[in-house]
Design a protein around this ligand. Structure first.
Ligand code: ZN
Length: 160
């Protein structure tokens, strides 16, 4: 069975950047399971899995435009240390949920200087070209309920 709209796909992957560093991998875990055509995974990966089948191994390169987007400089902001009340020690690498005009946004602290904290709301993988080593393990048709919900139920999916 080939991957098409409303296929439920499970695959193992290793994600590396252009420097060859491993950023993420499903090794030692359950394969990643998603509903094809529902925007569950980044567009560039979804598009290149189309038409593939269980057992296929492939290498998929994804540009930032089809991945996590380009880095948006306006998402890097300086905020006063006072904005972090209740947090004893604000340090680079900490992540917070920020309320923005566009809704909640996960931001990462990148710099702390005196009373000023620099936060970055870009996805950590924004602006990066991504290389996925993919091995497709299973492909099946989605149930009607899965299609309605826009996600996978059962193993590797949502339990509810
Ligand atoms: Zn559901």
């Amino acid at each position: 069975m080939q991957i098409a709209q409303n296929s439920v796909v499970a695959f193992h992957y290793t994600l590396t950047n252009d420097a060859g560093e491993v950023l993420d991998s499903s090794e030692g875990r359950q394969p990643l399971t998603y509903l094809h055509g529902a925007g569950n995974i980044i567009p560039g990966l979804e598009r290149q899995l189309e038409g593939r089948a269980a057992g296929d191994k492939l290498n998929v390169a994804v540009s930032p435009e089809e991945g996590y987007g380009e880095v948006q400089p306006q998402l890097v902001q300086e905020v006063p240390r006072d904005a972090f009340q209740g947090v004893d020690n604000v340090e680079p690498g900490m992540q917070f949920q920020a309320d923005t005009q566009g809704g909640p946004l996960m931001v990462t602290v990148t710099k702390v200087e005196n009373d000023t904290v620099t936060v970055d709301g870009n996805h950590p993988l924004a602006g990066q070209k991504l290389n996925f080593d993919v091995e497709i393990t299973t492909v099946r048709a989605a149930s009607e309920e899965e299609v309605q919900h826009g996600h996978v139920h059962g193993e590797g999916g949502v339990e509810h």
